[in-house]
Design a protein around this ligand. Sequence first.
Ligand SMILES: O=C(O)c1ccccc1N[C@@H]1O[C@H](COP(=O)(O)O)[C@@H](O)[C@H]1O
Length: 215
Amino acid sequence: MTTPPEIKICGIKTPELLNATIEAGADIVGFVHFVRSPRHLGLEPLAQLISEARGRVQTCVLLVNPDNSCVAEIAALGPDWIQLHGPETPHRVEAIRAEAGVEIIKALPIAAAADVANIAAFVEVADRILLDAKPPKSADRPGGLGVAFDWSLLQGLDPELPFMLSGGLTPDNVAEAIKTVRPFGVDVSTGVESAPGVKDIKLIKAFIKNARAAS
Ligand SMILES: O=C(O)c1ccccc1N[C@@H]1O[C@H](COP(=O)(O)O)[C@@H](O)[C@H]1O
């Protein structure tokens, strides 16, 4: 038996679903602030959900290449984490961490061995690394697409690196992913939805149960 992976459920949009996801045992709940996403939330609902979650579960706001004013607006809401899911450079990640005073999850797209080599540049500037599938060129957003990548690319990864795995995880494949890749955490969005942006609490419960059983 190994330490169970941290479980992040991303793209929560309503207080009802937030409460049910906390009850189901999620460690981190994610809220998306990116207008091209079907999970996008504006500042007002974000503030309400973060405040309702405070002290009950860790919260994370997902941003894509945010400017300084966006970082300041989000930091003022007091999330535990900001997830950067765009083409932010190591220098920019470091600046956002200093500006926001919030812990940073940096998402990195993986499609080839060179992408795995690129991880090292972010280890010192982010508090957590999240590995996701590289989106196809035609995609209108850099994640939340339900696409998995070839996990065998991670075989050469530093075993001490506490990374999170995402990209195409579902209740059906999360146990296999955990046994194969041994991530510090797992993150899911599309795989616990009945339609884009519509979470299904039964799928969330199944995902958490299967992830816990795999450790
Ligand atoms: O969820 C979104 O809409 C989204 C938008 C822009 C960037 C990232 C997004 N989601 C993140 O993408 C990964 C993989 O998600 P999936 O499970 O494959 O749908 C995950 O980290 C989400 O937080």
